[in-house]
Design a protein around this ligand. Structure first.
Ligand SMILES: Cc1cc2nc3c(=O)[nH]c(=O)nc-3n(C[C@H](O)[C@H](O)[C@H](O)COP(=O)(O)OP(=O)(O)OC[C@H]3O[C@@H](n4cnc5c(N)ncnc54)[C@H](O)[C@@H]3O)c2cc1C
Length: 354
């Protein structure tokens, strides 16, 4: 039995915003086999909160429910045929360490997703993505245990309902599952994705003409270290808002009065969100830059006490030290309100708000 329960535990070191919140009960699970018994034990109380590395969550209060931290370890090669390689990782594995391990196995596919904080198990929740690649594109299947009734189930990609920073697990029909293992399909050889952000410039600056997956991973890490605040130094959860997906006609009207409005075509992986944005008539949809909208409202570098907006990234909210989660959430609400008032666009938070 690898199940440890503690009471009255501070979560400050367990969330990348570094805000204080106390868990009345914190249960750490290393063996997925223990989850069925745990579900039975928790059945009569409030639905538990599943926690990974805490890098995409904002505690605005002490969580009123038990907190279950999934710490299931392990990573292995499951199949290796015709250049396609199936790998599996326990949900508790740190994501970046897992990416490094796949690179050490000479596997291609996750290099653009290097250095994303958090655990493997949280990856599918918002279909993590960076530098032109999303988890959805490498995904094979996952195993999850229902914390409602202890049943274990395998989900394939279609059942996960991936969209832009979205999956079924963020919606009512998919809640209550603890992901315990994730399987991804990688390759021995595959085209590298170099056309996003500054990857090519970075490789050029390093004098690399024919990059390997290792080189791309190193370039992505260098860019990320330069651009994004380190949560160990400045509390944050990466992008605080999702880029809004709107009807193309809405984007056109906005662009007519806001010169320079960045607009991006919606990729097939965004279909879920795009369909929701375009509603029943399914007109073309467009992705806008939440960071641009926020910056235009004058928030970049803004600070209220210890809650603030990063000076170089209008999309990243930060804790300068002693901000509470409620103060950060209040600032986020004011930012969203100003964007709605000026542009008529509704911003949705990316992190889970508790
Ligand atoms: C500096 C920084 C940069 C970032 N950059 C990126 C980026 O480039 N791309 C990107 O997509 N994200 C990015 N993020 C966000 C974050 O790293 C990811 O969302 C990550 O997947 C969260 O992992 P976690 O283990 O910390 O999840 P947590 O914060 O612990 O949880 C997030 C959500 O997932 C749920 N959850 C966690 N584990 C499980 C599980 N095993 N089973 C079921 N539900 C679970 C939680 O209940 C919660 O709703 C960044 C964050 C930071 C701080």
């Amino acid at each position: 039995m690898a199940l440890a329960e503690r009471t009255g535990v501070s979560l400050r070191a367990s969330n990348s915003f570094g805000v204080e919140a106390r868990a009345a009960r914190l249960i750490e699970v290393e063996d997925a086999g223990d989850l069925a018994a745990l579900a039975e034990r928790l059945r009569d109380g409030p639905a538990p909160l599943v926690l990974g590395g805490g890098s995409n969550i904002l505690f605005t209060r002490d969580p009123p429910m038990p907190v279950v931290r999934i710490a299931v370890p392990g990573r292995r090669l499951l199949a290796d045929d015709a250049g396609s390689v199936l790998v599996e990782a326990g949900a508790g594995e740190p994501w970046h360490d897992f990416v490094q391990w796949t690179l050490a196995q000479e596997l291609v596919g996750l290099e653009n997703l290097s250095l994303i904080p958090g655990t493997v198990g949280a990856g599918p929740i918002q279909n993590i993505g960076a530098y032109g690649v999303e988890m959805r594109e490498r995904f094979d299947s996952l195993d999850a245990v229902s914390l409602r009734d202890g049943t274990r189930r395998r989900f394939d990609a279609a059942e996960c309902g991936f969209g832009y920073r979205d999956s079924v697990f963020r919606h009512d029909e998919g809640r209550g599952w603890a992901i315990v293992a994730v399987r991804l399909r990688l390759a021995r050889e595959a085209p590298l994705h170099l056309d996003y952000g500054e990857i090519r410039e970075e490789l050029r600056a390093q004098g690399i003409a024919r990059p390997s997956a290792h080189d791309v991973a190193r370039a992505v890490c260098a860019i990320r270290r330069r651009k994004l605040p380190d949560p160990n130094v400045l509390g944050n959860a990466g992008s605080f808002f999702r880029n809004p997906i709107v009807d193309a006609a809405v984007a056109d009207a906005l662009a007519a009065r806001e010169p320079g409005l960045p607009r991006f075509p919606v990729s097939p992986s965004d279909a879920g969100a795009a369909a929701r944005a375009s509603a029943e008539n399914a007109r073309p949809a467009v992705k806008l830059s939440a960071g641009w909208l926020i910056e235009r409202c004058g928030w970049k570098g803004h600070r209220e006490g210890d809650a603030g907006v990063h000076e170089r990234h209008a999309l990243v909210l930060v804790n300068h030290g002693a901000a509470s989660g409620a103060q950060i959430a209040a600032l986020a609400a004011r930012i969203a309100e100003s964007v709605r008032d000026r542009f008529g666009i509704v911003l949705e938070p990316e992190p889970t708000i508790v």
